[in-house]
Design a protein around this ligand. Structure first.
Ligand code: NAD
Length: 317
């Protein structure tokens, strides 16, 4: 998670740590409303070194900011029982599982057995359904906000910090007029991110290794939620020149976004654990965010506070 701080006179490099700081202040306000420290438990059954780094950073951020964190390292065959037991353990407020574990559909099965009231990652079916359907609250009085998946929400918090979200516009339409390219369409990051940005009013080009899809709410944002249109024959050559925001999350160190296609003054955000933008991006971008991990962890703590609040509200009803 090392981040270069160099910038050119015409490109502002914004570091995740700076953005995380403001969000952490918000979580401190949330903590004051609780009668005890929230307890997050992380389950590490993954051989992926990135998962271990993420787990270590979660622990550090928790301890430095008034949250309890326990890391449980276990054999992947024992994970299912351990999650079922954590679901009913009243001393555990939130559960995070570090993926990939089996790198198959079994990972999705494990995601679904985490109890919805302890799912800080926002990967439970109910939360994902609400997100794709653009249903923002869990209750009919619009008091309890639904939980959003951490990494896509971290990107949104970054776009809010950068003022790409225009607060003059009504909530829910604040990306109207923006064109965003998201390079990655995984089920945990790229696809939910494209849907969230389109639900907020953007025209989004979702690019993966096979094709390009457009996510949008139609002319004048007439539709209540986004629709998806296949764009046969489209590539980055079509999308990048149109996009004022480019978000990339391609795994591996070989991939680089073709900078010659980038629109002058674009906002560029990298969420891959490798650098998807070469340093020359600063010659063309107006704002460059080289990594987002620190924001993702704070969003996780924010989600933890929210599910605790939702649970307390449910208990007092
Ligand atoms: P994944 O392997 O599930 O998905 C990769 C996606 O990238 C797929 O949609 C694939 O089609 C697309 N892709 C691959 N090569 C491409 C190419 N050449 N052109 C266009 N698209 C291409 O991976 P994932 O779980 O989404 O993770 C992606 C990256 O994001 C990893 O580096 C991971 O470590 C990182 N990540 C970061 C955070 C964070 O908070 N910083 C969180 C989750 C994942």
């Amino acid at each position: 998670m090392s981040e270069p701080a160099t910038e050119t006179p015409h490109c502002k490099v914004v570091l995740a740590g700076t953005i995380a700081k403001g969000l952490l202040e918000e979580t401190q306000e949330g903590l004051k409303k609780l009668d005890r420290k929230p307890h997050l438990v992380g389950f590490l059954a993954s051989a992926d070194p990135a998962a271990r780094v993420y787990a270590e950073w979660t622990g550090k951020t928790c301890r430095e900011n008034g949250f309890d964190f326990t890391l449980r390292e276990l054999d992947r065959e024992d994970l299912e029982d351990a999650l079922l037991s954590a679901n009913t353990n009243p001393t555990i407020d939130g559960i995070i599982v570090y993926y990939p574990i089996f790198s198959s559909r079994q990972d999705q099965y494990l995601q679904q057995i985490v109890d919805v009231s302890k799912d800080v990652e926002g990967l439970s079916h109910r939360y994902i359904f609400n997100m794709y359907q653009n249903i923002r609250f869990l209750d009919s009085h619009n008091q309890k906000k639904s939980i959003l998946p951490c990494t896509p929400l971290a990107v949104i918090k970054i776009l809010e910090y950068l003022r790409v979200y225009n607060t003059i516009l009504p909530y829910g339409n604040r990306l109207h007029g923006h064109t965003v390219t998201v390079i990655n369409r995984s089920e945990v990051v790229g696809r939910p991110l494209a849907a969230l940005l389109a639900n907020d009013g953007a025209c989004v080009y979702s690019v993966d290794v096979n094709d390009v899809q457009q996510f949008h709410r139609g002319q004048g944002l007439r539709k209540r939620r986004h629709e998806v249109v296949e764009l046969p024959g489209w590539t980055l050559e079509n999308c990048l020149p149109l996009s004022d925001v480019v978000i990339s999350g391609v795994p591996g160190d070989k991939y680089k976004v073709p900078l010659h296609l980038l629109r002058e003054g674009a906002v560029c955000i990298n969420f891959s654990s490798e650098r998807n933008f070469s340093s020359e991006v600063k010659e063309k971008a107006s704002i460059y965010v080289p990594a987002i991990g620190k924001v993702t962890i704070v969003v996780l703590l924010r989600n933890l506070l929210r599910i605790m609040q939702n649970r307390m509200d449910a208990e007092s009803e």
